[in-house]
Design a protein around this ligand. Sequence first.
Ligand SMILES: *[C@@H]1O[C@H](CO)[C@@H](O)[C@H](O)[C@H]1NC(C)=O
Ligand SMILES: *[C@@H]1O[C@H](CO)[C@@H](O)[C@H](O)[C@H]1NC(C)=O
Ligand SMILES: *[C@@H]1O[C@H](CO)[C@@H](O)[C@H](O)[C@H]1NC(C)=O
Ligand SMILES: *[C@@H]1O[C@H](CO)[C@@H](O)[C@H](O)[C@H]1NC(C)=O
Ligand SMILES: *[C@@H]1O[C@H](CO)[C@@H](O)[C@H](O)[C@H]1NC(C)=O
Ligand SMILES: *[C@@H]1O[C@H](CO)[C@@H](O)[C@H](O)[C@H]1NC(C)=O
Length: 204
Amino acid sequence: MQFTTFALSALSIGSALAASSVTVHVVQVGAANGTLAYFPNNIKAAVGDMIQFQFAPNNHTVTQSTFDQPCMPIAMNSNVTGVYSGFMPVTASATTTPTYTVMVNATTPMWFYCSQGKHCQNGMTMVVNENTAANSTRSLANFQSLAAKATVNLPGGAIADGTAGSTASNSSSSSSGSSTSSSAGTKSTSASAAGRVRVGEADV
Ligand SMILES: *[C@@H]1O[C@H](CO)[C@@H](O)[C@H](O)[C@H]1NC(C)=O
Ligand SMILES: *[C@@H]1O[C@H](CO)[C@@H](O)[C@H](O)[C@H]1NC(C)=O
Ligand SMILES: *[C@@H]1O[C@H](CO)[C@@H](O)[C@H](O)[C@H]1NC(C)=O
Ligand SMILES: *[C@@H]1O[C@H](CO)[C@@H](O)[C@H](O)[C@H]1NC(C)=O
Ligand SMILES: *[C@@H]1O[C@H](CO)[C@@H](O)[C@H](O)[C@H]1NC(C)=O
Ligand SMILES: *[C@@H]1O[C@H](CO)[C@@H](O)[C@H](O)[C@H]1NC(C)=O
């Protein structure tokens, strides 16, 4: 009797975990060695997937732009509010890594840049769901060429479209790919780094 009860509850827990599993793509923002890039900078993500940006030391952002106007928030050139992490200052000796997590809602391409200094112009750009089959001009390489020529680099105007948190340092060292985890894996989005927790409501 007791065994049956146990087996049933184990089964329910298993089903609950399976139902809540979500693919999380980890992207490292910048690098401790100073390289201005996202790692990786060209990813494919399905609707419902999460992208967790993990901020390396320095003071970077993740800001969404259009393809045609890199280094400018997408809201300046479209009706899309867009993703903006805000600046994430991280010292070289930090023991936690701030994160910013967004949910993918469509498979149309999303273009991102870092709005610090000239980071956008200097290679800190990336794409989610590049689609050169739909338009061969809209490649990451062409986006980076446009960015290199941009005359300004502007931050987003508001925190939007994602959830900030933090994760233990060094957890990102081998994770610049995709991984699958339960929704518990995104719990870092409610973490604690004071002054850095910004929950995007995105309903503007
Ligand atoms: C800097 O770090 C990145 C990722 O953390 C790595 O891919 C790159 O090879 C490093 N560059 C140098 C010059 O060490
Ligand atoms: C924004 O939306 C309005 C109303 O739907 C439309 O007239 C306008 O062209 C849109 N602007 C851009 C840049 O898409
Ligand atoms: C991070 O960069 C922003 C924009 O340049 C700046 O306003 C802010 O003071 C910087 N934060 C730190 C801690 O350096
Ligand atoms: C992270 O890794 C660096 C280099 O391997 C090490 O010096 C540092 O102590 C580590 N930090 C934590 C929090 O483990
Ligand atoms: C392809 O993308 C480029 C750059 O955004 C744009 O100028 C062009 O009009 C697009 N072509 C088509 C057929 O939509
Ligand atoms: C996807 O939609 C949700 C709900 O509206 C929103 O919170 C999130 O920011 C959106 N993701 C992106 C990348 O725009």
